[in-house]
Ligand binder design. Structure first.
Ligand SMILES: Nc1ncnc2c1ncn2[C@@H]1O[C@H](COP(=O)(O)OP(=O)(O)O)[C@@H](O)[C@H]1O
Ligand SMILES: [Mg+2]
Length: 278
């Protein structure tokens, strides 16, 4: 093992405003100390210092690893937040990518507040309800979904408070229907922000791929495009994010840029992160 690329756990990410910042848990000094292995961490802040959103960072890796000469592809990461990387066939145009909004964050928050469970396993609670179309359209009218990229977001915005604020206008929707509607919101907000393409394939990754109801709803919402997972490209959907940060760590050690200015809005390519030597 030449190095560990440690993204850490994002607890706050505020890319806009007078004092942009992004904070991750996971002390790289201690990782180096405990493992005796060079650790690369703090990947977001250099991009932000250069005026970028500091997120998403995976698109450069997605392009390098998943780009195709013949097929338009979207890599769709379904973590707490959903982000897409748009990889048009060939490599002429710059990579596009942005956060579409919530993937699991809102479903997790609602499920936790109603059942105490951290997430709605296999969409079981959502299956007990049905989509409330009025509530769904109200949620989809949030300005974030309509904003042009570059854009990134986090749980500072899409959280339980966001849900309860919208629900004040829809007081009679049952907990199960809210859960089901939040799942539809994830699928629909992604589908509405997909790039124009005649033949696009969407390769999903991240924890949300473990939720069969979400994958089913996503496939329906994205018609005529095909939705599958990165397994078809040879990488387990749960490995994509770890692999991205291993790749970014290598970029740093090789003195190569890791950000994608066309995605983050940074002033230019930058070598990301800090190196902690054993
Ligand atoms: N079996 C499952 N059923 C439903 N949701 C799941 C399942 N497994 C994982 N998830 C979802 O995936 C999320 C974790 O995804 P992950 O990609 O690790 O997120 P992040 O990188 O943002 O922390 C969980 O919070 C949960 O919502
Ligand atoms: Mg993730």
């Amino acid at each position: 093992i030449r190095a560990i690329g440690s993204h850490g756990q994002t607890i706050r990410h505020q890319p806009t405003g007078p004092h942009p910042f992004s904070i991750q848990l996971g002390d790289p000094s201690r990782i180096t100390e405990l493992t005796g292995i060079t650790t690369v961490a703090d990947f977001r802040r250099r991009d932000m210092a250069a005026g970028g959103e500091g997120a998403p960072l995976a698109p450069a890796f997605h392009r390098a690893f998943f780009g195709s000469a013949s097929e338009d592809r979207c890599i769709l990461n379904l973590g707490g937040i959903a982000n897409i990387s748009w990889l048009p066939a060939g490599d002429a145009s710059p990579v596009m990518g942005f956060d579409t909004g919530p993937a699991n964050a809102l479903m997790d928050a609602w499920c936790h507040s109603h059942t105490g469970r951290p997430y709605d396993e296999n969409g079981e609670l959502a299956r007990e309800g049905s989509v409330d179309v009025g509530l769904l359209e109200d949620m989809l009218s949030d300005a974030y979904f309509l904003r042009e990229p570059p854009k990134s977001t986090g749980k500072e915005k899409f959280n339980l408070e966001w849900i309860t604020t919208v629900l004040k206008r829809h007081p009679d929707v049952s907990a199960q229907d809210v859960q089901r509607t939040l799942l539809a919101l994830t699928a629909e907000s992604i589908a509405r922000q997909l790039p124009e393409s005649h033949s696009l394939t969407i390769y999903a990754c991240g924890g949300g791929t473990q939720n069969p109801l979400l994958m089913q709803e996503l496939a329906k919402a994205c018609v005529p495009h095909r939705v599958c997972t990165t397994r078809e490209l040879g990488l387990d959907p749960q490995w994509v994010e770890p692999a991205a940060f291993a790749w970014l760590a290598r970029q740093t050690l090789d003195g190569l840029p890791g950000n994608t200015p066309s995605v983050t809005g940074a002033a230019g390519p930058r070598i990301l992160g800090a190196i902690y030597q054993p």
